[in-house]
Design a protein around this ligand. Structure first.
Ligand code: S3P
Length: 166
């Protein structure tokens, strides 16, 4: 069995929802990195971006990832941009099974629309999602396993991951 299971993927691919269910199925701890960052900073994600900028947020994100990766029996839902730094990808690969949750662009847009908690999608959400997906093309491909969640139920996704993890 792997030490941890680390979920990566673009915003709206189901990392938090699947992570919760997967952790419950394994009787492991679920950790949402964005929630840890908010606790650490004492500010919401939009507040961190507005007050300190994206680079500061990325530093906090890397710190939280390093702290978590040393632990065990955790399902870790990373933020969609946690893969941007190559060093983070290495930390994840050493920390456990890395699972890439994917979804088609229409599904992503439907899932993230109306959510004010994602500063990178401020403005025209559809345009922002398409542009960021383009910029991040290939960045999630280093995972051990990839699953397209677009037309799958959560329990089916969990079963698929468990099949590969055990
Ligand atoms: C981000 C994704 C968000 C959050 C932040 C930046 C990104 O997490 O970390 O808004 O750069 O893709 P989710 O993927 O959980 O939405």
């Amino acid at each position: 069995m792997h030490r941890n299971i680390i979920l990566i993927g673009f915003m709206g691919t189901g990392k938090s929802t699947v992570g919760h269910a997967l952790a419950a199925a394994l009787n492991w701890t679920f950790v949402d990195m964005d929630e840890r960052i908010v606790e650490k900073a004492g500010q919401s994600i939009p507040e961190i971006f507005a007050a300190h900028g994206e680079a500061y947020f990325r530093d906090l994100e890397s710190d939280v990832l390093h702290e978590l990766a040393g632990g065990a029996k955790q399902v870790i839902a990373t933020g969609g941009g946690a893969v941007l730094r190559p060093a983070n990808r290495e930390v994840m690969l050493k920390g456990g099974l890395v699972v890439n949750l994917k979804a088609d662009v229409e599904t992503i847009i439907r899932r993230v629309k109306g959510d004010a908690n994602r500063p990178l999608l401020a403005g025209d959400v559809e345009e922002r999602v398409r542009k960021l997906l383009q910029e991040r093309r290939g960045m999630y491909d280093y995972a051990h396993l990839a699953i397209d969640t677009s037309s799958m139920q959560v329990d089916e996704i969990v079963r698929t991951i468990l099949t590969h993890a055990t």
